[in-house]
Design a protein around this ligand. Structure first.
Ligand code: BGC
Length: 531
C-alpha cells in the first residue's frame, strides 16, 4: 500500500455501518460486522470503503450530528474494533475513509452546551450567534422540507444561532482560530488510529459572509488548504474527499493547485445519467462533461449513481427537476427536499438491462466510482420509512430471517414484501449470470485498464443521439465505449479509424467493426483498441 496516488483508479464502496452487518445480535450493524464481510468486499473488487459517521450522536441526522469527535458510538463497537477493522482491511488490500463533519456539531455536543449556557462562555464563539435573524439572507436553506430559516432562537441567552442543516446541528464558527485548530486535532486523532482519509462533509458552508450566498468562500478554501497541508506533512498517502454539491466549475477550486482536496464528488453528472436513460439520449451527460474543467494531475473525481442521501436534484434547472420528479418520483412521498428518496434498482424499474447500462456508464466515466452498499445486488428501498431512512435499510445477505443481517430484530424495517428472500448476496455471489457478477466483471475490466484511471474522455460522433460513444485513453491504453440508452435497437456509424477488429472485454472475443453497428436495447460494449 505504498502508491500515494492509489485513489486515482480505485473502486470505492460506501457503507452505512448501522445497516451493513450486525456481529453481536443487538440489531445494529457494527464495525466487527464490516470486518466479517471484508472477504465479500474483496471479492467484489473494492479498493476503499467509506464508512458513514460512527461517532456518538443523538441521531437527529443519522450520526451527522456529532456529540463527541473522539469516540465510537457503543452501538458500532469501540476504538479497538476500528483499529482491528483497519488492520484487517489493509490485509485485504482495502483502505478505509470515514466521515469528517467539520461544518457543524450536534446541539448535544459539550461545546454547544457550553456555548448556549452563557454569552460569556469561552465556547460562545465556537458557534455563530447573532442578535438578528436577518443576517446572511442570501444563504439558501438546504433541508427545505423541515427548516424555514438558517437561524434558530435560543431563549436562554437571547440570540439566534446559525445552522445550514437541521436546527439540531449548529454550525461551528470557522472564523474562530480555536475551532480551526480543534478540527485539525480531530483529524489527527483518527489519522493516528490508521484511517486512510476522510470524506469531508458539507465543506462549502464553513464560513459565512454578508452579501454572499455563504458557499465556497475564499476563507473556506484557506482553511481546507491548511487541513490538506497538515495531512501532507504528517500523513502522506491519506486522502481528503470533498462533498461539495455544486456545479463542476465551483467544485474545481476545491482541488486548488493539487494542494486542497485529492478527490471531489462529481454531483451534476449523476442525475444526468438518469435523465439520459429516461430520454434515451446522451446530450445532457455530454453537456455536463464538456462543462467539467480539467483538474490537477494528482486529483480525481469521484462518480456515483446513488448514496445515502436523497438523489439530489440541486444541480439541475427547475424545469429539469420537475421533469425528474415526474419521471422518477411520481408519488409525492418519494420526494424529499430537492431530491428523490429512492434507491438505484427501483429507480430503474428493477430492469436488469438498465441497471447494467447505468453501471457501464459509471465505471467508464473519468473519475473513481463509488458503489452504495446493496446497489451491487440491486437492493430495493422502503419509502414507508421517514427522511432518508428508506435507502438505509439492512443489507440483504441471504434469505434467512432478518436477511442474514442480524440474529435479532434489526434497527429498521427491511425492504417490504420480504424482498431479501429474492434479492440477496448469497443468491448472487456465485452465479455468473447474476447482477452482482456483472458489476464484479465491470470492476475487474475497469481495473485491468489504465485507460479508465486517466482524465481523457473523447466523445465520438456516430450520428445517433441514443448511443453514448466515447474513447477513454491513458498511458497508451485505449478503450472505446458504446452505451445504448434507448429501449430500442439502435444503429451507429462507426468512424473509419475504428473500423477494424477490437477485443470485446466482456466476451474476450474479437469484434470486427465495419461502417455500421447495431446495439440491442440498453446494450453496452467496452472495446479495447489495439494499436
Ligand atoms: C450528508 C447528509 C447530512 C448533511 C449534514 C451531508 O451532505 O451527506 O447525510 O445530512 O451533510 O451533515
Amino acid at each position: 500500500m505504498t502508491n500515494n496516488l492509489w485513489y486515482k483508479n480505485a473502486v470505492f464502496y460506501e457503507i452505512s455501518v448501522r445497516a451493513f452487518k450486525d456481529s453481536n445480535g443487538d440489531g445494529h450493524g457494527d464495525l466487527r460486522g464490516i470486518a466479517e464481510k471484508l472477504d465479500y468486499l474483496q471479492a467484489l473488487g473494492v479498493d476503499c470503503i467509506w464508512i458513514m459517521p460512527i461517532y456518538p450522536s443523538p441521531l437527529k441526522d443519522d450520526g451527522y450530528d456529532i456529540a463527541d469527535y473522539y469516540a465510537v458510538d457503543k452501538a458500532f463497537g469501540s476504538l479497538d474494533d476500528l483499529k482491528e477493522l483497519i488492520r484487517s482491511a489493509h490485509e485485504h488490500g482495502i483502505r478505509i475513509v470515514m466521515d469528517l463533519v467539520l461544518n457543524h456539531t450536534s446541539d448535544e455536543h459539550p461545546w454547544f452546551q457550553a456555548s448556549r449556557s452563557d454569552r460569556n462562555s469561552p465556547y460562545r464563539d465556537y458557534y455563530v450567534w447573532s442578535d438578528t435573524d436577518k443576517k446572511y439572507k442570501d444563504a439558501r436553506i438546504i433541508f427545505v422540507d423541515t427548516e424555514h430559516s438558517n437561524w434558530t432562537w435560543d431563549e436562554k441567552t437571547g440570540q439566534y444561532y446559525w445552522h445550514r442543516f437541521y436546527a439540531s446541528q449548529p454550525d461551528l464558527n470557522f472564523d474562530n482560530p480555536k475551532v480551526q485548530e480543534e478540527m485539525l486535532q480531530v483529524a489527527r486523532f483518527w489519522l493516528d488510529l490508521g484511517i486512510d482519509g476522510f470524506r469531508a462533509d458539507a465543506v462549502p458552508y464553513l464560513i459565512e459572509r454578508e452579501g454572499s450566498n455563504c458557499e465556497n468562500l475564499p476563507e473556506t478554501h484557506d482553511y481546507l488548504k491548511k487541513l490538506r497541508s497538515f495531512m501532507d506533512q504528517h500523513y502522506s498517502g491519506r486522502i481528503l474527499l470533498c462533498e461539495a454539491n455544486q456545479y463542476p466549475e465551483d467544485v474545481r477550486p476545491y482541488f486548488g493547485d493539487g494542494d486542497e482536496f485529492h478527490m471531489g464528488f462529481h454531483f451534476p453528472i449523476m442525475p444526468r445519467i438518469y435523465m439520459a436513460l429516461k430520454k434515451g439520449r446522451f446530450e445532457d451527460m455530454a453537456e455536463i462533461m464538456h462543462r467539467t474543467p480539467p483538474i490537477p494531475e494528482n486529483c480525481q473525481w469521484c462518480t456515483f449513481l446513488r448514496n445515502h442521501d436523497e438523489l439530489t436534484l440541486e444541480m439541475v434547472t427547475p424545469e429539469e427537476r420537475q421533469w425528474m420528479w415526474e419521471q422518477y418520483a411520481p408519488e409525492p412521498r418519494m420526494r424529499l427536499n430537492m431530491g428523490i428518496r429512492r434507491r438505484f434498482a427501483p429507480l430503474l424499474d428493477n430492469d436488469r438491462r438498465k441497471m447494467e447500462l447505468a453501471n457501464s456508464i459509471l465505471f467508464t466515466l473519468p473519475g473513481s466510482p463509488i458503489i452504495y452498499y446493496g446497489d451491487e445486488i440491486g437492493m430495493g428501498d422502503n419509502i414507508d420509512l421517514p427522511d432518508r431512512n428508506g435507502v438505509r435499510t439492512p443489507m440483504q445477505w441471504d434469505n434467512s430471517p432478518n436477511a442474514g443481517f442480524s440474529k435479532n430484530t434489526p434497527f429498521s424495517d427491511l425492504v417490504k414484501g420480504a424482498e431479501y428472500e429474492r434479492i440477496n448476496v448469497a443468491g448472487q455471489i456465485n452465479k455468473p449470470d447474476s447482477f452482482f457478477s456483472s458489476v464484479k466483471r465491470m470492476i475487474k475490466y475497469r481495473k485491468a485498464h489504465p485507460a479508465f484511471g486517466g482524465s481523457s474522455m473523447e466523445w465520438v460522433d456516430t450520428g445517433n443521439q441514443a448511443v453514448a460513444v466515447y474513447v477513454r485513453e491513458h498511458d497508451g491504453d485505449t478503450v472505446l465505449i458504446l452505451n445504448n440508452l434507448s429501449a430500442s435497437a439502435e444503429t451507429v456509424n462507426i468512424p473509419v479509424k475504428f473500423q477494424k477488429s477490437h477485443l470485446d472485454l466482456f466476451t474476450g472475443q474479437k469484434l470486427n467493426l465495419t461502417d455500421k453497428l447495431t446495439l440491442q436495447p440498453y446494450a453496452y460494449l467496452w472495446l479495447h483498441i489495439q494499436k
